[in-house]
Structures are given as C-alpha cells and as structure tokens.
Design a protein around this ligand. Structure first.
Ligand SMILES: NC(=O)c1ccc[n+]([C@@H]2O[C@H](COP(=O)([O-])OP(=O)(O)OC[C@H]3O[C@@H](n4cnc5c(N)ncnc54)[C@H](OP(=O)(O)O)[C@@H]3O)[C@@H](O)[C@H]2O)c1
Length: 248
C-alpha cells in the first residue's frame, strides 16, 4: 500500500477535521490529534478506514513526541505532518498582558515548533517528509488590531517555517516545510479566541473549512512552500504594503 500517512494536529474541529474528511476520500492513513477524544472519535468515524485517534495537548513537547512514536508504531512511517493547532485572541495591543503573549506563543508557535522538531529525526532517517504549518493571512499582514498578539505569533510561525526549510533542505532536499495562510474561515475559531469574540462565521469574505482543506490537500500533492487559500489574497497583501509605501 502506498497511501500517505498523514498526522494532523487540531483534527477535532474546523479546518483540521475538514482536512481529515477530505484526505479520507483519496484515501490516506490518518492520525488525528487534539485534546478532545470524543470529538476526534466523531471525525474518525466520518473518515472511516484505518484512522488512529490520539488525544494529546500539543503545547507539551513530551505529548508531541508520543504522537510521533504512536503514529510510527501504528503505520510504520509518517509522510506528512500538519500543524493545524491555533488560537486567536480578542484584546487591543495596549491592553495585552504577559500571559496573553505567552499563551499566543505557546499555542500558535510552540505547538508547531514541537511538531517540526519531534518529527524531524524520522524524516531525516528516511530522507523525505513534509511538514505543513497552518498560519493565517494575519501572519503576513496585521489587518485585525484586536488579534495583535495572534498576528505576531503567526508572523513568528511564518519565519520559523522558512528558516526550518532553509536549515533542513541544505542537507535534506527531500524534506519540505510548507506554509498555508487562510483568511477568515467559517469555524469555531472566533468563538474559541482567548477572551472570547465574535463568531468567524459572521465575517464577510469567509471560506468554508472544506475549501481550505482542498487547498491543503493540493499542497500535499504539489509540495509548494507558501500558499494562500483565498483567491486575491496576494493582491491584498501587496496593496497593504503599497499603501505604506513599501514594496514587499
Ligand atoms: N478560522 C479562521 O478564520 C482561521 C483563519 C486563519 C487561520 N486559521 C488557523 O487555522 C487553524 C485551525 O483553526 P480552526 O479555524 O479550525 O479553529 P478551531 O475550530 O478552533 O480548531 C482548533 C483546533 O485546535 C485544537 N487545539 C487547540 N489547542 C490545542 C492543544 N493545546 N493541543 C491539541 N489540540 C489543540 C482544537 O481541538 P481541541 O479543543 O479538541 O484540543 C481544534 O481541533 C489554526 O492554526 C488557526 O490559527 C483559522
């Protein structure tokens, strides 16, 4: 069997769950990771097949290491690792606390850092592998003031992804690190933001999680390094910097 083995963190809802359902059609050997076991079981049932569920808090390095070990123990390898976990915040920059900053870095940066670092020895041993980090348009342009600490964390994630790619590909050209940047997506993301917030489903110009999942599946196939999920996003980014008088 040559089915890809894909581990997805943040697979209990939203984009991660939609990606799991999409890949299950291809088909794919799936490992679904999040904290809520029941929600993961529901997604696994919808996916069918030989789907492994692992309840884990990926802001804890030892739990991410366990996910790597259990994925390999079950399927013999990991081909693709998707860091999908993330959380927003609703707080103006002048009001941010130390704890707000720490939490945004913990959930949006450390979760992905641990994923990349813990799966890397396995990818190196095979000379191949693919990490996909789910970032955000807000990781490139800080459009939404109240998300400032999230915007910064996703900018951090963007840099980290590019620098991991540069470091690892110098010796292992078969290992890819991709960044995927959605705009607004109709999930629980807004409701789950630190300090609460509006439902993402009510914002204009949103995409469905299924549309985003389809783009990520395309990135698994193409191995493109940096992809927006929404048509017109690149022009929007360019317009933001042009208005500031800089040319990105
Ligand atoms: N929705 C948007 O508008 C939007 C836009 C741009 C980018 N994004 C990015 O897309 C990604 C997915 O977001 P979403 O829209 O699908 O939001 P979501 O529905 O809130 O999903 C977040 C997922 O992360 C999991 N999670 C959170 N903390 C975790 C932890 N410590 N350990 C393990 N799992 C954890 C949640 O599951 P449990 O609660 O079960 O742990 C859930 O499966 C995030 O990186 C987000 O930043 C979203």
């Amino acid at each position: 069997m040559n089915e890809n083995v894909v581990t997805i963190t943040g697979a209990s809802s939203g984009i991660g769950a939609a990606l799991a359902r999409h890949l299950a059609q291809i088909p794919t050997r799936l490992v679904l990771v999040a904290r809520r076991q029941d929600a993961l079981e529901g997604v696994a049932k919808a996916c069918g097949g030989d789907t492994l569920v692992i309840a884990a808090d990926v802001t804890r390095r030892e739990e991410v290491r366990r996910v790597v070990q259990e994925s390999i123990a079950r399927f013999g390898r990991i081909d693709v690792w998707v860091n999908g976990v993330g959380q927003g915040i609703s707080r103006a920059p002048s009001q941010l606390t130390d704890e707000d900053i720490d939490e945004m870095v913990r959930v949006n940066v450390k979760s992905a850092l641990y994923g990349m670092q813990e799966v890397l020895p396995h990818f190196k041993s095979r000379g191949s592998g693919h990490v996909i980090n789910v970032s955000s348009m807000l990781g490139r342009v800080p459009f939404v003031m109240a998300r400032s600490a999230y915007n910064g964390a996703k900018h951090f994630l963007n840099s980290l992804t590019a620098d991991f790619r540069a470091e690892v590909q110098a010796a292992y050209p078969g290992i890819q690190f991709s960044l995927v940047s959605p705009g607004v997506v109709r999930t629980d993301f807004g409701l789950n933001a630190l300090h609460g917030g509006a439902d993402s489903r009510q914002f204009p110009g949103s995409q469905s999680p299924e549309e985003v999942a389809s783009v990520i599946a395309g990135v698994i196939a193409s191995r493109q390094p940096d992809v927006y999920t929404r048509p017109g996003a690149q022009a929007q980014v360019a317009a933001y910097y042009a208005a500031l008088g800089v040319d990105p």
